[in-house]
Design a protein around this ligand. Structure first.
Ligand code: PLP
Length: 361
């Protein structure tokens, strides 16, 4: 304990590029209470198993689904891997026209968890270019999809630029090819209900979705969400569980933390929908403020269509700001990327801008 006591976990005031945040205080309490429970063994830990069913129902509401199937995963990575896994297993049971390697199609903006999924599951990942606004190029998706395509993935709130792909049109392309459609709303899922974007189960007949309570949902880590429209998607993941009282398990991990499940339910109870709406408005205002401040300083900035700002900074300026202990990161193209997560305060952004001015002077 000594070594833990000597350290502070993290000063969130300087964390500007993370996609995680401080949990809501009620979520924190719930997580502590359920720390020793394991929803992976629902016959033993029934209360947390019931809470998990509540969490899936509520995530379904948020994502526009009347009846939702799925589970609380460790995060967006697991949810994306399992979406690919389910699509592969479902397609294995059908006759595909060709005899080539199965493939999945996604824009280059897709999260790297999909690369892991493809590698583990033995499917080819076909990445297609994005347009000038960093959204999946529909012609490129159409050209990449073929008889061996099992899944098309669109991103609703991309990791680097916070963009939303044309989900309804991508879904049509996927279904025309008898492939499933998965939407990665791991980051955007708790923001998008308050915008005009078409991204949800209600806007398009999408098959599965990743939506993470531990990102904009203010739940503690680990709390991701895998949602499916049909029970068969989750059933396609299930394996027999001989030594447990329940007969099968669809999750990738075995033992899971009940902290994430209870924390997710507590956060959603507190915040859905009014709290999340306010949080989106506050953080979009912060993102717009920051983008304007960058532009006023002659720095190239991409319009923040969601609460995520990217701007072009020289490597020397970026490093100088890192030396000032700002927890910032860059896109693959080298753009500074600031994610206005719920913990980000206007005062922190002002302090960051003051440091920026000082190191650039
Ligand atoms: N998908 C998107 C769009 C993300 O931004 C991230 C992480 O930031 C992930 C998936 C992976 O989520 P996790 O790190 O919780 O597994």
């Amino acid at each position: 304990m000594q070594r833990v006591r000597q350290r502070q976990p993290q000063d969130f005031d300087r964390v500007l590029s993370s996609m995680c945040t401080k949990p809501h205080p009620r979520a924190h309490e719930a997580a502590v209470e359920f720390l020793a429970t394991n929803p992976g063994d629902p016959a033993t830990y029934q209360t947390v198993a019931d809470l998990e069913a509540d969490a899936i129902d509520q995530l379904g509401d948020i994502a526009g689904l009347d009846t939702a199937f799925g589970y609380i995963a460790s995060g967006g990575t697991e949810a994306n891997i399992q979406a690919v896994h389910a699509a592969r297993n479902l397609a294995d049971g059908t006759d595909t026209a060709g005899s080539g390697m199965p493939n999945i199609v996604a824009p280059t903006s897709v999260h790297f968890s999909v690369t892991k999924a493809a590698e583990m599951l033995g499917v080819e990942l076909r990445t297609v270019p994005v347009d000038d606004d960093y959204r999946a190029d529909l012609d490129a998706v159409s050209a990449a999809v073929d008889d061996e395509t099992q899944l098309v993935i669109g991103v609703a709130g991309s990791t680097e630029y916070g963009r939303v792909d044309p989900i309804p049109a991508m879904t049509e392309l996927a279904h025309d090819a008898d492939a499933n459609m998965h939407v990665d709303a791991s980051w955007g899922g708790f923001i998008l209900p308050f915008t005009d974007y078409e991204w949800s189960f209600a806007d398009a007949p999408i098959d599965s979705m990743a939506i993470d309570p531990h990102k904009f949902g203010q739940a503690p880590v680990p709390a991701g969400g895998l949602l499916a429209r049909e029970r068969e998607t989750v059933d396609a993941l299930a394996v027999d569980t001989p030594y447990l009282e329940t007969t099968s398990q669809a999750t990738l991990t075995g033992t899971r933390s009940g902290a994430g499940v209870a924390g997710a339910v507590a956060a959603m109870d507190e915040l859905w929908p009014a709290g999340y709406r306010q949080q989106y408005r506050d953080q979009q205002a912060n993102a717009d403020f920051l983008a304007e401040e960058f532009a006023d300083r002659g720095i190239d900035v991409a319009e923040p269509t969601l609460p995520l700002v990217t701007a072009s900074l020289s490597p020397a300026t970026f490093e100088a700001l890192r030396d000032e202990e700002w927890r910032i990161a860059r896109t693959a193209d080298g753009d500074l990327r600031i994610v206005c997560m719920p913990h980000v305060r206007r005062a922190s952004l002002e302090a960051f801008l003051a440091d920026l001015d000082r190191v650039r002077a």
